[in-house]
Design a protein around this ligand. Structure first.
Ligand SMILES: [Zn+2]
Length: 62
């Protein structure tokens, strides 16, 4: 658990090959009024499909 950073894997299904984990390749921070969210740029390690995901600041992955 801990801070989101590139190289970590998150549980998310690939839309192309349905692999159940995606690798974070880049994290950028976005401010929405008083809320901070993270924009995750993710990639499937199996087929290379790129995707993105917005997550709230307090979300952590095990
Ligand atoms: Zn895939």
């Amino acid at each position: 658990m801990g801070h989101l950073q590139s190289g970590q894997h998150i549980q998310k299904r690939c839309t192309n090959c349905f692999h159940d984990k995606m690798e974070i390749i880049k994290v950028s921070e976005r401010d929405f009024n008083e809320k901070v969210v993270y924009m995750l740029w993710i990639q499937c390690p199996e087929c290379g499909t790129n995707d993105s995901e917005l997550v709230p600041e307090n979300l952590s992955f095990s």
